[in-house]
Write a protein of this length. Structure first.
Length: 200
């Protein structure tokens, strides 16, 4: 659903993608961009994705979206999907503001577990833990889910970091009521970013 929504975007110019992973969105983004810098924190993931993304306007780079080596004010747009909750969101959003041009577009696909309630939320947590244990045979990392943000909280955080939210859409997979909705958020830089949290 998110990929279909990305395909509806207009031209995105000079674009940066964060957490490209297996390249699930990269090919679609390449079709919308003049140039695309696809980044991931894992060198192994980038080595794998390079073999099946053949678009000539894409370059790959190892980057931590909380503190990149990318130059200030050079990108027309940035895309970050299902990554924000693994980071310190204030640091990540401040870094997005830094690399974007004035008026630059930030697109975020954000998991919103708070959009679920009651038994649906409980079922969702149980399913996530089950797949974590059976698929990876490890206990969940400390603080898992701590930085997941509701749509309201994400809006507030974006405004504090110098963005204006243009639109939010809730994408729901109705095949199972406990599937976590995804907020598709579009925001533009409008003012100076708040100073990043200490430690950057």
């Amino acid at each position: 659903m998110v990929r279909e929504r990305v395909a509806e975007e207009a031209r995105l110019g000079h674009l940066a993608e964060f957490g490209c992973g297996t390249g699930f969105f990269t090919q679609v983004l390449a079709g919308k961009a003049d140039t695309l810098v696809a980044t991931d924190i894992s060198p192994g993931m980038l080595d794998a994705v390079k073999h099946h993304i053949k678009a000539t306007n894409v370059t790959f780079q190892v980057e931590d979206c909380q503190a990149t080596s990318l130059p200030t004010g050079t990108f027309d747009a940035a895309f970050i999907s299902l990554v924000l909750h693994f980071t310190e969101p204030a640091r990540t959003l401040a870094e997005m503001h830094r690399i974007l041009k004035s008026g630059g577009l930030l697109i975020i696909a954000n998991l919103d577990p708070e959009a679920l309630s009651g038994l649906d939320r409980l079922r969702s947590v149980i399913r996530i833990l089950y797949h974590g244990f059976t698929g990876y045979r490890v206990k969940p990392p400390k603080g898992l889910g701590q930085n997941a943000m509701s749509e309201k909280r994400l809006r507030e955080q974006l405004e504090q970091c110098g963005f204006r939210v243009m639109s939010t859409e809730t994408l729901r997979d109705s095949s199972r009521s406990s599937n976590i909705p995804i907020e598709y958020v579009r925001a533009v830089t409008v003012g100076p970013a708040a100073p990043p949290p200490s430690g950057r």
